[in-house]
Design a protein around this ligand. Structure first.
Ligand code: ARG
Length: 475
């Protein structure tokens, strides 16, 4: 008979390589609080339904609390031979309290146990990530307010297109992250479902009550199908797609910060605290953090692909492949959490070179659309106005000047519709102020966005506090 917890059927111990390859303790140990909470709730339910005695429950409860303290204090001897967090805790408990510990696994399987731990773990992390995401939203709003009069070129095809308010640009990222928060709400809803009680795959012959353990673990609901309960990893796919999309947003912002902080753009300067130097070139100040966030986005997307691929061929119900669900999810939680933390500080502390962005706009053709609109508003069909301005731009380029450098006579030679007010119409401030359509870049529209953003942040904070409260019993 082998020493393992399933040793009865085996005539010899597993190979060392089997043990090492099979083990998940190196990573699932981070769910120890969830595992112990799940066992406490399970034991209480068993006692309530007279499946174990009250005395067993007392011994199990105090034994598990001792183990939790040992792990908290870094004094628990994790063993690879015991494969995972579930068997490490159970074996230790049984060593300490004897048969009562050996009764804990009645009407339970590691399949529903691993699943309930992961649900609780992800649900708890959603509360933490929500707070970090809100901190980035707050810094986006803060920097928008701080530089609310800065105008910079807006781009399409990375070619200067039309002037926009810096705050408008930042509020676009605010909107992206606000959608990420919405996705997180769905992730929470999905994770907030208890699989405990499904046992191995088919439920149990004992008179258990999965609703009772769900309630004790602060789940709002439990799975209605035991096969689904132990083999559902949709909530993790959804979480990883949330994390991937959020990283993609941060990655796009990274790309802009990297470009904007080049000498060529010189639109912003990142705070020294968020940059690094070169070991050889003394003049360098590198945006490593932005580059790393952009780079790490690939690995979070990779975790999503890995999980989808791992799941696509699996028959019901539990398959050991599913143990592969955790490392990618854990790494995505850590990576995204880190990126959000550092971005909150980096955005808040950066400097925007408003005078330079303004000078850039004074020397380019970002106001060409406004010149065409000027003619169109005076009755010239827009397509014809477009052609007139196109020729004006070509003429200016040839003469090394910009539109506002044309004399009124030169304007009038192009179209008799031009009058002296053309100069005001193509002034950069006017270009921005007049884009007052809903969602446009006018100061009025941007002020509205910022006002709504403050309301959104208040809503998010309330939601995050509720999520944190649900997992408070695990802290
Ligand atoms: N460590 C395992 C996992 O994370 C626990 C479940 C194992 N169940 C089993 N029947 N081998 O998936």
């Amino acid at each position: 008979m082998s020493e393992a917890m399933w040793g009865g059927r085996f005539s010899k111990a597993e190979e060392k390589s089997t043990q090492d390859f099979n083990a998940s303790i190196s990573f699932d140990c981070r769910m120890y609080r969830e595992d112990i909470a799940g066992s406490l709730a399970h034991a209480a339910m068993l006692a309530n339904h007279h499946i174990i005695s009250q005395k067993d429950l007392e011994d199990i409860t105090s034994g598990l609390k001792t183990i939790r303290k040992q792990i908290d204090d870094g004094e628990f001897p994790f063993s690879v031979a015991l494969e995972d967090i579930h068997m490490n805790v159970e074996k230790r408990l049984t060593d300490a309290i004897g048969d009562a510990g050996a009764r804990l696994h009645t009407a339970r399987s590691r399949n529903d146990q691993a699943a309930v731990d992961t649900h609780m773990y992800v649900r708890r992390q959603i509360g933490r990530l929500a707070e970090k995401l809100i901190a980035v939203e707050e810094s986006l709003l803060e920097i928008s307010k701080k530089y609310d009069d800065v105008i910079l070129p807006g781009y399409t095809h990375l070619q200067r297109a039309q002037p926009v308010l810096f705050a408008h640009h930042m509020m676009a990222y605010f909107a992206m992250l606000a959608r990420d928060f919405r996705r997180l709400e769905d992730c929470f809803y999905m994770a907030d479902t208890s699989p405990l009680g499904a046992c191995a795959l088919a439920g149990t012959t004992y008179p258990t009550d999965p609703q009772e353990t769900a309630k004790a673990l602060h789940f709002s609901k439990c799975y209605g199908n035991s096969l689904d309960a132990v083999s559902d990893r949709d909530y993790l796919m959804e979480f990883l797609s949330f994390a991937s999309i959020c990283m993609v947003h941060l990655s796009r912002l990274s790309e802009e910060f990297i470009l904007w902080s080049t000498s060529e753009f010189h639109f912003i300067e990142l705070d020294d605290g968020y940059c690094t130097g070169s070991s050889i070139m003394p003049q360098k100040k590198n945006p490593d953090i932005c580059e790393l966030v952009r780079g790490k986005t690939g690995r979070v997307i990779g975790h999503l692909m890995a999980l989808l691929t791992m799941m696509k061929g699996l028959p019901l119900a539990y398959d050991k492949d599913m143990q592969e669900d955790k490392e990618g999810v854990f790494d995505a939680i850590d990576t995204l959490g880190f990126a959000l933390d550092i971005y909150a500080g980096m955005i808040r502390t950066m400097t925007v070179n408003g005078e330079h962005t303004r000078a850039v706009l004074e020397g380019d053709f970002s106001n060409a659309t406004d010149m065409a609109d000027y003619l169109a508003k005076k009755g010239l069909p827009f397509r014809k106005a477009h052609a007139v301005v196109g020729q004006a731009v070509a003429q200016c380029i040839a003469q090394h000047k910009v539109l506002k450098d044309l004399t009124l006579d030169e304007f009038r030679a192009m179209s008799p519709l031009f009058e002296a007010d053309i100069y005001d119409a193509i002034d950069i401030e006017t270009c921005v102020r007049n884009r007052d359509s809903y969602g446009g870049t006018s100061p009025a529209q941007v002020v509205r966005q910022m006002k709504e953003a403050a309301e959104t942040i208040a809503f998010m904070k309330k939601q995050a506090a509720e999520w944190k409260a649900v997992s408070a019993f695990l802290e």
